[in-house]
Design a protein around this ligand. Structure first.
Ligand code: 4HQ
Length: 240
């Protein structure tokens, strides 16, 4: 999977996406993250990329020309059209289903806006989809782009090790993760549930499923409502 990010702050992607699991995925060639400086495509003598809004009002708007030219520099030698995403609070809110759908693509371009956003002609003519990471306002699209790249990358086969494996975790079945414990079994009198120390794997799996169901109902009733529960799940929820 290849990500090209159009941004006026390309350097901030290096550390975040160069470290840990995403860094390893880049080194192994499973993903490539290429941050492209929109400023490099400015034709202005001061390398300006924004201008005043027509019609007046506060703030600045990102100009179309540097963005169109940066886009052209990516696509001119390709025989296909990469999927173009604009990070924006006006977009569809990102969830794990959406992440999985995006993880099947081969090449994604992500545009990060600043100020009051980008000239509408960019959105109308280049953008395939606007995506939001949540209903709050940030100062730029860089953090949202990194969130998207991180979430999509870890859904690509091979990016997570078998140990951190992608299945069996939060949202996989629309359920929250069960509680986790590590050594010691007794920390200053705070005990790990007995079943986890029993070595009885059927019982452990049953307990974990039950915990996932109960905590989803308790903490995320919105997710719980959408579940299709089996007979066995219903029984687990009734216990205790
Ligand atoms: N911004 N989810 C404004 C966001 C945002 C979000 C990015 C701030 C775009 C122009 N992006 N710029 N929330 O708040 O994606």
């Amino acid at each position: 999977m290849r990500f090209d990010v159009l941004t006026i702050f390309p350097e901030i992607f290096d550390v975040v996406l160069g470290s840990s699991i995403i860094g390893r995925a880049q080194q192994s060639g499973l993903i490539t993250v290429n941050a492209i400086n929109i400023r490099d495509f400015s034709k202005d003598k001061h390398k300006k990329t924004d201008d005043y809004p027509f019609g007046g009002g506060t703030g600045m708007v990102m100009m179309p020309q540097p963005i169109f030219d940066a886009y052209k520099s990516i696509t001119e030698n390709l025989d296909y059209k990469p999927y173009f995403i604009y990070m924006s609070p006006q977009g569809t809110k990102l969830d794990q289903k959406h992440v999985e759908r995006l993880s099947k693509l081969e090449h994604i371009i992500i545009l990060c806006g600043h100020y009051e956003g980008v000239d509408e002609r960019v959105i109308e003519n280049l953008v395939d989809e606007e995506i939001s990471i949540g209903d709050y306002v940030l100062t730029g699209g860089e953090l949202p782009a990194m969130v998207l790249i991180d979430a999509v990358s870890r859904a690509i086969p091979g990016v997570l090790s078998n140990e951190d494996s992608y299945s069996d975790e939060t949202f996989k079945d629309g359920l929250l993760e069960y509680p986790q414990y590590t050594r010691p079994a007794d920390y200053m009198g705070l005990k790990v549930p007995d079943v986890l120390l029993s070595g009885h794997h059927a019982n452990i799996n049953r307990w974990r499923r039950q915990q996932s169901l109960k905590r989803t109902r308790q903490k995320r009733p919105d997710l719980f409502e959408k579940l299709e529960l089996s007979e066995e799940d219903m029984k687990l929820l009734e216990e205790e």
